[in-house]
Design a protein. Structure first.
Length: 108
């Protein structure tokens, strides 16, 4: 039996440049409103131009530690659960030669 998730609404999309010099937080750096963040239960996430590292356990990723999100991964990374979304943090992967742009679409 397949898992099916019905999207009730789209909270919008946002993109942020990610570098190796600073961790970027979904909750603070993507420009989503407090209402959008409270309602979000799902996110589709893509990294363009370069790979990034991410974590959602409350610990900041480093350029070498964290889950790898490859450049232009298809399908996009799907993250479920409001707690996980609010804890998402990104940083550029150590092997990247250029900055990445991380695109996030929030849904509820």
């Amino acid at each position: 039996m397949a898992n099916v998730m019905t999207t009730i609404g789209n909270a919008g999309s946002s993109g942020v440049t990610v570098t190796s010099g600073a961790v970027v937080s979904l909750a603070n750096d993507f420009g989503f409103t407090a209402t959008q963040l409270v309602n979000a239960e799902r996110a589709l996430i893509t990294a363009t131009k370069a790979a990034v590292r991410y974590r959602y356990d409350g610990v900041a990723p480093t350029t070498e530690v964290g889950h790898l999100l490859p450049m232009d991964a298809a399908p996009p990374l799907e993250v479920l659960g409001n707690v996980n979304l609010k804890a998402m943090q990104f940083i550029l992967d150590a092997g990247a030669a250029v900055e990445s742009i991380v695109l996030v679409t929030l849904e509820w």
